[in-house]
Design a protein around this ligand. Structure first.
Ligand SMILES: C[S@@+](CC[C@H](N)C(=O)[O-])C[C@H]1O[C@@H](n2cnc3c(N)ncnc32)[C@H](O)[C@@H]1O
Length: 312
């Protein structure tokens, strides 16, 4: 799985950025970040420059998170080959691009109520996304699809409505529903509430959990994963960044209609010390710390190939 934007998409974005004063973009990005920090939603994205600033500042990271989640889903459901995708709250289309990279045959429908983001999504899609772009509210009637994705969308609603929004999306009849949120305590709280509601409504978790039991996370721990991705020069400029990569933390849940049999998932970076490898696992028995002694060469070799987020 390559976390970088596909070249067709990054080239299209570069063409759209050609001639746009970077100061204008930086101002738009700064006011968007300030808005997000103050609890505002993407409603603050109004002008074409705002939308471009979102695409530069956030689309590579949301794309990378979606790509990682879809790769996990494909790992546990290798026969799942969606013909149609409904990308709700699609923004500039990151989830749809990632889905078409994972499942090249999937036709995407992007639904969003923000005209500036929709217009940019349409221009980017012309570069090679098989997609239809619709204006609409995700709470209203929607087209049916095999795969429904809401990527970084639950955060747009009050915290308490995550479960109801997830239920509403699951009721649309998809084979698989994927919800992705920032990998923060609040983002995870939304995923956890959504997960519990979806299981109550008969769904089974395909990933990241290997079971449908009550989530065993307690205290101030939260289930999240991380994706390292390269930063473009424009991204570094907009973010005032000094390193050419960023780590996108995300929480997610993918549910489906049938039980998906699996083992355990590694929930944190594997820690290597002289005596051996220590790692955190989650499975149907709950959360546990596991240890593989360095003298167990075969198991150590196997574990070295695995990492945070992998099945064990
Ligand atoms: C943070 S952006 C995420 C965009 C994209 N999914 C991504 O991962 O980059 C949230 C998106 O949800 C859209 N949105 C929020 N509420 C919506 C609603 N009720 N109906 C349709 N779209 C909505 C916003 O317009 C925005 O494009």
């Amino acid at each position: 799985m390559n976390p970088a934007l596909p070249s067709l998409l990054s080239d299209a974005l570069a063409r759209l950025l050609d001639g746009v004063p970077r100061r204008e973009l930086a101002t738009a990005a700064a006011s968007m970040s300030a808005g997000y920090r103050a609890g505002a939603t993407s409603k603050a994205i109004v002008t074409p420059a705002d939308a471009l600033a979102y695409a530069v500042a956030r689309m590579p990271a949301t794309y990378a998170a979606c790509a990682a989640v879809f790769a996990r889903l494909a790992e546990v459901m290798p026969d799942f080959a969606p013909a149609s995708l409904l990308d709700v709250g699609a923004g500039t289309g990151a989830a749809s691009w990632a889905a078409q990279t994972q499942w090249p045959g999937v036709r995407a429908i992007l639904l969003d109520h923000n005209p500036a983001l929709r217009n940019l999504a349409r221009k980017l899609a012309e570069a090679g996304l098989d997609a239809e772009i619709l204006s609409g509210d995700l709470g209203a009637d929607k087209p049916q699809a095999d795969l429904v994705v809401a990527s970084y969308v639950l955060a747009e609603f009050p915290q308490a409505s995550a479960a109801a929004t997830a239920r509403h999306l699951w009721a649309s009849g998809a084979s698989v529903l994927v919800l992705i949120e920032p990998g923060t305590p609040d983002g995870f709280a939304r995923i956890r509430a959504a997960r519990a509601a979806l299981i109550e409504d008969g769904a089974h978790v395909a990933a990241p959990c290997t079971h449908d039991n009550v989530c065993p996370m307690t205290g101030d721990d939260w289930c999240h994963f991380s994706q390292r991705l390269p930063r473009s020069r424009d991204h570094m400029l907009l973010k005032g960044a000094s390193v050419p990569f960023e780590d996108e933390r995300y929480s997610y849940v993918a549910v489906t209609g049938q039980k998906v049999a699996q083992g355990a998932r590694i929930l944190a970076p594997v820690l290597e010390t002289k005596p051996g490898l220590t790692f955190k696992l989650c499975d149907e028995t709950g959360l546990r710390a596991a240890f593989v002694a360095a003298r167990d060469k075969d198991e150590t070799r196997r574990l070295r190939k695995s990492g945070w987020g992998d099945l064990f």
